[in-house]
Design a protein around this ligand. Structure first.
Ligand code: OKP
Ligand code: ZN
Length: 339
């Protein structure tokens, strides 16, 4: 029950308040409003605050160069005389030689892949505490004191890779928690990503790692962001071969079709037999989401969650997307009630 589930939220995550994103050829108000997390926090109060578990678990996923960039990017932007939020405008095509340049615009290009993910004055603080929120929520599951735990993370994390930001994401909260669970002795961990968008960052981080299974159900990248990842033929590489499962679905997908894909993912997770499950939960599969195109109704979320809960694994739920701000608390509350 949501009423009793262990849950963590830290208000320092609200320090990130991006003004705009580049959208369909022009600037639009940014969809990742602080009110997203604030509304959920109000509805499901009280939450445990995040404990500071330090940088080491972050650096088990992200490169030191990237973390250093993220921490200082906005100050560097200011130092270059720029107003507002920092954002790149030039990116190295994949395969370009990895130049280590000082210019802030070049560094923004090197460590990002899109123009919808600005670095704001509060981005480092918020992202740091989002990662700590996931790690804090993981601890009682590791200890066996809790069977299920909810990390109310914002900004989201699943698009962030080891050395890049993108898709409103800066630090990959779910991947940081999954790696921490591995380091704590869990031999096999699964990440199930049920956000509307493919979790390309999580996929990249664990692509060659056979000890972390990544399964994702998402809008077909032939039609939807992030386009260049999330296709069904991405199955993992090297030791990770077979430990990556992408289930792209068309726009307009209803709960019935969604559940069929979910059951395929759950069967694969069960075969992998993880001792711990991380769920990247996005409520942007909701029919009223302003940037997404599935048809999941508010009343479907408990039933969706019940199927995941039936796996019977110790589970950490990590908040990802969901942009219908007024319906978000209902959808999250419904999802958590399914556990
Ligand atoms: C983050 B998460 C252009 C539209 C692209 C990016 C979506 C990021 C979603 N501005 N939007 O997966 O919910
Ligand atoms: Zn999403």
């Amino acid at each position: 029950m949501a009423a009793s589930m262990f849950r963590v939220f830290d208000p320092r995550q609200l320090a990130h308040a991006p003004a705009q994103e580049f959208h369909n050829g022009g600037w639009a108000p940014h969809a990742d409003l602080p009110a997203r997390a604030a509304n959920i926090a109000d509805r499901l109060a009280p939450f445990e605050p995040a404990r500071d578990l330090g940088r080491t678990p972050i650096l088990r996923v992200h490169t030191p160069e990237y973390v250093d960039f993220l921490e200082h990017a906005h100050a560097d932007w200011r130092a270059a005389g720029r107003p507002g939020d920092a954002i790149g405008y030039a990116w190295p095509v994949v395969g370009r030689r990895p130049l280590n340049l000082d210019r802030i615009d070049a560094r923004l290009g090197r460590f990002s892949y899109d123009a919808c993910t600005p670095v704001t004055p509060g981005t480092w603080e918020a992202s740091y505490w989002a990662a700590q929120t996931a790690l804090t929520a993981l601890q009682p599951v590791l200890d066996g004191r809790e069977r299920t735990s909810f990390a109310l993370c914002r900004p989201p994390g699943h698009h962030a890779g080891a050395d890049y930001l993108g898709g409103y994401c800066y630090l990959n909260n779910a991947a940081i928690a999954a790696r921490a669970a591995r380091d704590a002795g869990h031999a096999r961990v699964a990440v199930l990503d049920v956000d509307y968008h493919h979790g390309n960052g999580t996929q990249d981080i664990f692509l060659d790692d056979g000890s972390v299974f990544f399964a994702s159900i998402h809008a077909d990248p032939a039609s939807d962001y992030p386009f260049f990842w999330g296709h069904a033929d991405e199955r993992g590489v090297g030791e990770g071969e077979g430990a990556n499962l992408n289930l792209p679905l068309p726009r307009g997908t209803t709960f019935e079709a969604y559940v069929a894909a979910l059951d395929t993912a759950l069967e694969a997770v069960a075969r992998f037999d993880p001792s711990l499950l991380v769920v990247s939960f996005g409520a942007d599969t909701f029919e009223g989401d302003p940037i997404s195109h599935f048809r999941i109704a508010t009343g479907d979320y408990p039933r969706l969650a019940e199927r995941i809960a039936a796996l019977g694994r110790p589970t950490l739920i990590v908040m990802e997307g969901g942009y219908a701000v007024d319906a978000l608390a209902d959808n999250v509350e419904g999802f958590l009630s399914g556990f």
